[in-house]
Ligand binder design. Structure first.
Ligand code: HEC
Length: 172
């Protein structure tokens, strides 16, 4: 009798554990980064410790590691935060404030070389799309940050808010 009781007890326990829906991580609802606090380190800690970009969405229809173009790495993977993911496609081709796009760049052996990041910060640089640009070593060491002409000049050839990969409205 005791054995039977133990058996059912264990069976119940098993069913409870097996049937409890896995807790889905809520999006973190962090306050947007602002003009007065933004810098390269702050952006790095936002994407790596306050939030974790590895849990973010990929660029739609552009999952996984893809071949990249010069001057970025031979391969790359793109992550976008919820603010941008929820807004896409965007007919007016302007990313919403709070959007963050991360490009993980790899060498030809698919080893991470560096990170390039664009974060849209209200009032940060209104004449150039309000993007804060971050360029990092794999460990988060800042190589370049802010409004580097090098990043902006090349990305200015975009017809969609400095984003080169694809238009935000998914047009041609
Ligand atoms: C000579 C041109 C050029 C320069 C300079 C450049 N980029 Fe890019 N960037 C590109 C191209 C082309 C892509 C499209 C993806 C690819 O092929 O790598 C891109 C993609 C990106 C993306 C993904 C979003 C998008 O626009 O498609 C980010 C983020 C990014 N670059 C950040 C930077 C940062 C930060 C710098 C400065 C440190 C920089 N880039 C400098 C050409 C450039």
């Amino acid at each position: 009798m005791n054995k039977l009781y133990t058996f059912f007890y264990l069976l119940c326990l098993f069913l409870i554990v097996a049937c409890t829906p896995e807790e889905k991580e809520e999006s973190k609802n962090l306050p947007p980064l602002t003009n007065d606090i933004i810098n390269g380190d702050k952006l790095w800690s936002r994407i790596n410790s306050e939030d974790n970009f590895k849990d973010w969405s990929s660029w739609p229809d552009y999952e996984g590691i893809r071949p990249g173009q010069s001057p970025h790495g031979r391969f790359h993977k793109i992550y976008i935060n919820d603010v941008l993911a929820k807004a896409l496609p965007i007919t007016k081709n302007i990313a919403p404030m709070g959007s963050i796009i991360i490009k993980e760049n790899y060498d030809s052996n698919k080893k991470v070389l560096e990170y390039t990041v664009m974060a849209k910060i209200e009032g940060y640089n209104p004449s150039q799309g309000d993007w804060f640009w971050g360029y990092y070593q794999p460990d988060g060491g800042v190589k370049m940050e802010g409004k580097p002409a090098m990043c902006i000049d090349c990305h200015a050839s975009s017809s969609s808010d400095f984003v080169l990969l694809q238009r935000l409205d998914f047009g041609e």
